[in-house]
Design a protein around this ligand. Structure first.
Ligand SMILES: [Zn+2]
Length: 206
């Protein structure tokens, strides 16, 4: 082989190696930055490390929603499909009803309490209902729970809950906030759709 051609190949290989290691390094640095930079000081909820979601739980509790956290920050955790779980970044919690609360009352209260629902939406969080055998079989969850996190499936889940309880909400809210000239579809729902349309799993708490 011509000397110059060998050099070109060598240079190309070096460039490829450099690019690959750069991409890997960047991914590692970004991951570590998220994992170490963002976790707030106050994150222990009744003995469980709930990472970034402490303020959400505080808002829910202050609004009379009674729940138990079954899982919070789990460093290194993966999903059933072997992707990095939001739990590993302190961005997800699992809850179940406490006291006189039921799965139904939890859902109804969350979507009919404006401060709570707004917090979910502003921080791009949703709820994945993992209380059926079918869903648990898919996710590999060990017990019934609501998964709260920025997962697309959770964002869709919250919309589903909003639809389910819309009639309850319509009775409570003024007709100004839920105009019926869109066939009863609220602005909030349009906003959420727009977020999903971007396809991004945005990370809140900058
Ligand atoms: Zn979870």
């Amino acid at each position: 082989m011509e000397g110059w051609l060998k050099n070109v190949e060598k240079t190309t290989e070096e460039a490829n190696n450099f690019t690959q290691s750069f991409v890997q390094t960047t991914a590692v640095v970004a991951t570590e930055a998220i994992q170490t930079r963002d976790l707030p000081d106050k994150r222990m909820w009744k003995g469980k490390d709930v990472g970034h979601l402490y303020p959400l739980l505080e808002v829910m509790s202050r609004n009379g929603i009674d729940f138990t956290v079954t899982s919070g920050y789990r460093p290194g955790s993966k999903t059933a499909s072997n992707k990095r779980s939001w739990h590993s970044l302190g961005m997800a919690v699992d809850i179940k009803p406490a006291g006189t609360e039921t799965w139904e009352s939890l859902k109804r209260k969350i979507v009919s309490t404006p401060e709570v629902l707004n917090y979910f939406k502003e921080n791009k969080l949703g709820i994945y209902d993992e209380t059926t055998r079918e869903v648990l079989a898919k996710t590999g969850g060990s017990g019934l729970h609501f998964h709260i996190g920025p997962d697309n499936v959770a964002i869709l889940g919250l919309q589903e809950i909003e639809r389910e309880y819309r009639n309850d909400i319509l009775k409570k809210e003024s007709s100004d906030e839920y105009p019926d000239w869109f066939g009863g579809v609220s602005f909030a729902t349009f906003d959420t759709y727009r977020e999903i349309g971007t396809g991004n799993q945005q990370i809140p708490f900058k």
